[in-house]
Ligand binder design. Structure first.
Ligand code: ATP
Ligand code: MG
Length: 245
């Protein structure tokens, strides 16, 4: 893999855990329970990817596939202010698409390739270096219910992730996907802290981060199964300005 770059999260300890941030040509999976910070981190990375290279960014834009209607322009503005970039410009550099169901979501990743290609050809537009899918699994989980649907769900998710990997390779971009943990302890996998999607997702998400709440605004990120970095934990906080130490 050549020319890999990183997008910083905004938390120093968090970035140390990731040796600088999330990587291009790679899928990073954030999993954790509700309120653990998955969507906040996704917003922050969509802002940070825009930062000039001197400030650790990639001077690029982001595509944000939103499946739970949790994208908040106001939040982007706060975070843009937090890193000192123009709020309206920050919003203009995030292409948000709402996915209405899992098929639509899959289609949007293909459309994302077209959009990123257009941005590449356009002189003024910033190149797309981040693809967010928040959440990767919510539609799949709602639509493919029960053991009988599990195989098909995994097959579709598999295909979906392959498209995302293709995107990261074509554009030297990072992909960030979010995933809830099994909230039902009697669910398929038995372990309530296991992410939805089981093994197939595990093989394809190169970096997996398990997020959990700690005291107050504190959160803990644990790096799980990384191919090249040591396992470990980092503390971060969610503030008005965004993700910080
Ligand atoms: P879900 O699984 O429900 O999608 P999530 O992991 O995506 O959850 P987030 O939406 O990222 O969770 O995190 C929500 C938390 O972020 C809130 O509970 C709050 O603690 C914090 N938060 C959100 N906005 C702000 C803000 N402006 N200032 C400070 N903290 C905030
Ligand atoms: Mg969320």
């Amino acid at each position: 893999r050549k020319n890999v770059s990183k997008i910083p999260t905004g938390g120093e300890e968090f970035d140390e855990l990731l040796d600088g941030g999330i990587e291009t040509q790679t899928i990073t999976e954030l999993y954790g329970e509700y309120g653990s910070g998955k969507t906040q981190i996704a917003h922050q990375l969509a802002v940070n990817v825009q930062l000039p290279e001197e400030e650790g960014g990639l001077d690029s834009s982001a595509i944000y596939i939103d499946t739970e209607n949790s994208f908040r322009p106001e939040r982007i503005k706060q975070m843009a202010e937090g890193v000192g970039i123009d709020e309206e410009e920050a919003l203009d550099n995030i292409f948000v698409a709402r996915a209405y169901n899992s098929n639509h979501q899959m289609l949007l990743v293909e459309k994302a390739q077209e959009l990123a290609k257009e941005q590449e050809e356009e002189e003024e537009g910033k190149q797309v270096k981040l693809l967010v899918i928040d959440s990767l699994t919510s539609h799949f989980r709602a639509e493919y219910v029960g053991r009988g649907a599990l195989a098909e769900r995994q097959q579709k998710l598999n295909k979906h992730l392959h498209e995302a990997i293709k995107f990261t390779n074509l554009f030297n971009a990072a992909a960030l996907v979010t995933n809830q943990v099994q909230s039902n302890p009697d669910a398929f996998f038995g372990d309530p802290t296991r992410p939805i999607g089981g093994n197939i997702l595990g093989h394809m998400a190169t970096f997996r981060l398990y997020l959990r709440k700690s005291k107050g605004e504190k959160r803990i990120a644990r790096l799980v199964d990384s191919p090249c970095l040591p396992e470990g934990e980092g503390v971060f906080t969610i503030n008005k300005e965004g993700i910080r130490d």
